[in-house]
Structure formats: structure tokens, C-alpha cells
Design a protein around this ligand. Sequence first.
Ligand SMILES: C[S@@+](CC[C@H](N)C(=O)[O-])C[C@H]1O[C@@H](n2cnc3c(N)ncnc32)[C@H](O)[C@@H]1O
Length: 207
Amino acid sequence: MNNETILNAYKRYAPVYDWVFGKIFHPGRQAALDAMNWQTGDQVLEVGVGTGLSLPDYPADVTVTGIDLSKPMLDKARKRVKDDALSNVTLHCMDAQKLDFPDQTFDKIIVLYVLSVVPDPYQVLAEIRRVCKPGAEVIFVNHFSKENPLIRRIEAGLARYASGLGFQPDFPLQPVLDNVGLEVQEVRAVNMLGYWTMVHGRHVEQP
Ligand SMILES: C[S@@+](CC[C@H](N)C(=O)[O-])C[C@H]1O[C@@H](n2cnc3c(N)ncnc32)[C@H](O)[C@@H]1O
């Protein structure tokens, strides 16, 4: 996968994204927003905000910055921000692998169904570590490869179609946890049949 294949995939998904992935992914979005220990005035970054399905559910007293690589997805998010008068939300077209924010900017970072979609998820993790303030809370929701050997085999078989699908089906959790730079507080199954996982942690200073 590279940014071009991702952009092509999400250009195709954008018109139908909310219809296909709105409800099915909603419990994971809600779990992430419910798990955060919100404080008035928090600076929040949502990485890969897509069509902005989560945006109406943020507390009104936090400031949300949403970024996404795909303009057609962001156009949908911009319409939602306007229609719902979400004055606490700002959106930018930006690559999560090269965030255009200074070090230590955000109190909270949320990444919903994005890590297995980017070409280099470990670069995204490094950028998140850079832009979050010391002690910031970070939540990922993603599908990670399952232990079940049959499912593993299916996912490994699908991996060769990752570019066309626009996501990497064969994506294990442990290397992410090893690279995340967080004190992990909770790892919990979410969504239908617990097929997706929420990882909730707090940024720790690197030695
Ligand atoms: C599966 S969608 C998830 C959208 C949204 N977070 C949700 O909850 O529905 C993945 C999103 O990640 C975005 N994305 C992919 N690669 C990216 C990158 N390098 N930087 C920023 N966004 C990216 C895609 O454009 C798409 O909007």
C-alpha cells in the first residue's frame, strides 16, 4: 500500500462510507469517546477523521482538530461540521505519517480504524508520540489479526489484496503495543463479535 492506493480507495469509499461503515463501526467510536477522561479545554487530535462520524459526539468544551489524507472524505466531514454547527472542530488535509503540528501539542489523541489503513503505521505511532503532551491520553480502535488459525489464514490470504481493499487485513497487535510508547491501561474488544480492539493508554516520557 502507498498513499496513492489509499487515496484511490477512499475516493471510491467516500460517497457510500457512512452507509457501509457508519453503524457497524459506531460502538467502537462510542467506546473510545466514553473511555477518555475529558477535561474542559482539552486539545484533541483525531487522526484519520474520515467523514467525521465521531465529531458530533465530542464534548462541546474541548477543541478538536481532525486530519485526513483524503479530500473526498474530508469534504463529507466539513459538511457535517457545518450542518451540525460544530464550532469546536477544525479540519485539515494532512498525512498522519508527517503531522504538521509542533511537538507536545495535544492532550488527547484518537485514532479510529486508521492504523491498518496507512502504509507505515509505525511512523504514525512515532508522530503521535511526538505531538502529544507528556501524559496525554491516546486511544486506538482497529482490527488486529486474530489468534484463530482459520481466520489468520484467511487474513494472510487477503493480505495480497491490501492495495485494492485500502487496508491491511493481516495486522498483529503485539508489534503495535511494542512501538506505541504508551503505558497501556486497557485493551478491550469492541464492535460486532468483538472483532475490533480498543487500546487505551497514556503517553510516557522516553528515557
Ligand atoms: C476506515 S477510515 C476511518 C474513518 C473514521 N476514523 C471512522 O471512524 O470512520 C480510514 C481513514 O484513514 C484515512 N487515512 C488513510 N491514510 C491516511 C494518512 N496517511 N493520513 C491521514 N489519514 C489517512 C483515510 O482517508 C480514511 O478516511
